[in-house]
Structure formats: structure tokens, C-alpha cells
Design a protein around this ligand. Structure first.
Ligand code: AMP
Ligand code: TRP
Length: 332
């Protein structure tokens, strides 16, 4: 069976940018590709390359998983698991570190950016992060790995490591293909529509989080930056503010830009923003209801158990296979 695998870092709340650009895409893929098996995991080992508060980390792991299910990931279609509950990830990462070069890791732009910004010590974990990511992937022989553009370099390194191990130890891994989502439009900040809507933006008014209450959702849209023209027309170069709002409208309301322009031809920002606020609220309301049902439920734990068991089986087999080929321990 063909496989699709991806990991999600438990950092910050999900906002409508990530939802429209990434989560909805996963949900679509699970339905469009019935002959693929899906593995999606919460990458908690990746989250501790910089220190995290214990309570906060636990909360984020659960919250993120519950939100993905609430957004429509179906546990019967997708093996959803927590990375640290499947020990082969950390073990495989070590074996891959012995097949990766310091120079290669030093070239990773994310490492260079993050280590430059870091004020306190840069951990070895931050440096070797791409080998853990390679382990996450190669354990499962996935055919496709959907990631954002910023992960492309890590994917390429994963392919290099896979080929190197295959040459040394005789075809162990499937060399995976990245699946960079080009279509899932980019959603920009509500306060600076030329920059990406981001969970790390210090200004909370720049985004709508999936768990925001109705009055916040509507307030954020009402105060979203536009321009002084007052008309509803799509022109991302000259009118980034209204165009960004129209992109959100179009994705949630399933309307083309032409249709939206026609609907609001003789209306102004007020009507458009009121409708958009309501549209977003109606989209998020069922997600929030389902989230509240799930977050403290046994159902969520059952989903994690099932995902962990499925992941354990596949990953353990691959780990032992490589250990045997290398000559570690006794033959299994
Ligand atoms: P992040 O949580 O920022 O690591 O992003 C997770 C995924 O969501 C990646 O595939 C990103 O490309 C996507 N994503 C994050 N923010 C946005 C946004 N504002 N618009 C569209 N896609 C986004
Ligand atoms: N590094 C990825 C990110 O920051 C998350 C991730 C970890 C991942 N392991 C992975 C994604 C394996 C795809 C496959 O977004």
C-alpha cells in the first residue's frame, strides 16, 4: 500500500492561515486518495530543541491533535500518533546521524536562522534536527511527504541520506518525494497584508485562531487593514488588504473572485466584512464544538493508542532491518 506521511510541530495555536493553507489540504487528500495509507504525527521530540514548559508542551500536543480531528481528519483513515511514543524515531535518528555529515547539517538554512536568533546556548538537538526528521520519514517508506516550502531543504537532505544508506547497506529505504502545496493559497496578516499570517507574530490582531470566540473573530475582521478605495475588487499587487480578505472569503465560501466582486458590486467594506466575519464564524463553530467534545475525552486517547500501535509496527520493522544490515547486536 502506498503511504503519505507528515509531522506537525506542537507550537502555538492553529490560525486560519495554517487551516486554509495546510490542514484543509490534508483533509482533502485523505478523501481523494483512498488507496493511500496516512501517517500523521505530532512532532513533540522536535519541539524540545529549545526549552519548553512541561504543562505547556503537554497541553499543546493534545490541543493540536484534537484540532486536527475537529477539522476533519478521520481517525479511521489516518494513523495519528505522538512521535515520542514510538521509540524507533529517536533510535533511527542516531543511526542516520552516523550517515550524515556535519557540513551538510551546517548548510541547513533553518538551523542557520534559528541558531543566529538564539540568545542562550544552541543545543545539539537543534543541529541534528534534520536527521530526526529524516528518521521520521524513512521509517515509513512514504511515497509522498506534504510539507510547507520551508521544509524543502530538509526533504532534500532526507533523500540524500536515504540514497547514501541504500548504497552502503543495500536498498533499505524508499526515497521520498516532497509534496509542496502550491495551491493552498497563502493567507496574509490582517494588520500587515503584505506579510504571512503567522502564529509567531507578536500582534494578536494579525490573525484569527481556530479557537477564537465569535466576538473576537468578527472584531478582527472589522479592524482588518484595507485601503481607502472602499470597493470590493481583487488586485493583490495594488490592494493587498481587501484581496487577502477576498482570498479567505473565496476559500471558505467556495466562490470565485469574480463571483464575490459581482455580489458586492454596489456594497462597501462594512457589508463585506460583516458577511466575512459571519462566514468564518460559521466555518469555525462546528470545529470548536467538536474540539470541546474531544479535548478531555477517552476518544482522543483511543485515537492516539491506535495510531501509536500502527506506527510502532511499521517503524520497528524498518529499524531492525537496518540494524541487521549494519551488524548491530544479535540477529533479529
Ligand atoms: P507552520 O505551523 O508555520 O510550521 O506551518 C504549517 C503548515 O501550514 C505549512 O505547510 C505552512 O506552509 C502552512 N501555513 C502556515 N501559515 C500559513 C499561512 N498564513 N497561509 C498559508 N499557509 C500557511
Ligand atoms: N520539521 C517539520 C516542521 O517544522 C515538522 C516535521 C517533523 C515533519 N518531522 C517531519 C514534516 C516529517 C514532515 C515529515 O514543519
Amino acid at each position: 500500500m502506498k503511504r503519505i506521511l507528515s509531522g506537525i510541530q506542537p507550537t502555538g495555536s492553529l490560525n486560519i492561515g495554517t487551516y486554509l493553507g495546510s490542514v484543509k489540504n490534508f483533509v482533502k487528500l485523505q478523501d481523494e486518495l483512498p488507496d493511500y495509507e496516512f501517517f500523521i504525527f505530532i512532532a513533540d521530540l522536535h519541539a524540545i530543541t529549545v526549552y519548553k514548559d512541561k504543562q505547556e508542551l503537554r497541553k499543546l500536543i493534545r490541543e493540536l491533535a484534537a484540532l486536527y480531528i475537529a477539522c476533519g481528519l478521520r481517525p479511521e483513515r489516518v494513523n495519528l500518533f505522538i512521535q515520542s511514543e514510538v521509540p524507533a524515531h529517536a533510535q533511527m535518528a542516531y543511526l542516520l546521524q552516523c550517515n550524515a555529515y556535519i557540513g551538510e547539517l551546517e548548510r541547513m538554512t533553518q538551523y542557520k536562522d534559528k541558531s543566529k536568533k538564539q540568545e542562550t546556548g544552541v543545543t545539539v538537538g537543534l543541529f541534528t534536527y534534520p536527521t530526526l526528521m529524516a528518521a521520521d520519514i524513512l521509517l515509513y517508506d512514504p511515497d509522498f511527504v506534504p510539507v510547507g516550502r520551508d521544509q524543502k531543504q530538509h526533504l532534500e537532505l532526507t533523500r540524500d541520506i536515504a540514497q547514501r544508506v541504500n548504497n552502503k547497506y543495500n536498498d533499505i529505504f524508499t526515497v521520498p518525494e516532497p509534496l509542496i502545496a502550491e495551491v493552498g493559497a497563502k493567507i496574509n496578516s490582517l494588520t500587515d497584508p503584505t506579510a504571512k499570517m503567522s502564529k509567531s507574530d507578536a500582534n494578536e490582531k494579525s490573525r484569527i485562531n481556530l479557537l477564537d470566540p465569535e466576538h473576537i473573530i468578527k472584531k478582527r475582521i472589522r479592524s482588518a487593514v484595507t485601503d481607502s478605495l472602499g470597493t470590493i475588487t481583487y488586485d493583490p499587487e495594488k490592494r493587498p488588504g481587501i484581496s487577502n480578505l477576498m482570498t479567505i472569503y473565496s476559500l471558505i465560501g467556495n466562490k470565485s473572485f469574480d463571483e464575490i466582486e459581482a455580489m458586492y458590486a454596489d456594497k462597501g467594506y462594512k457589508e463585506f466584512k460583516d458577511d466575512l466575519g459571519e462566514l468564518i464564524y460559521q466555518e469555525l463553530k462546528p470545529i470548536q464544538d467538536r474540539y470541546n467534545e474531544l479535548i478531555n475525552s477517552k476518544e482522543l486517547d483511543d485515537i492516539f493508542d491506535k495510531g501509536r500501535d500502527a506506527a510502532y509496527k511499521v517503524s520497528q520493522k524498518k529499524l531492525f532491518k537496518l540494524m541487521n544490515r549494519i551488524g548491530l547486536g544479535r540477529k533479529r
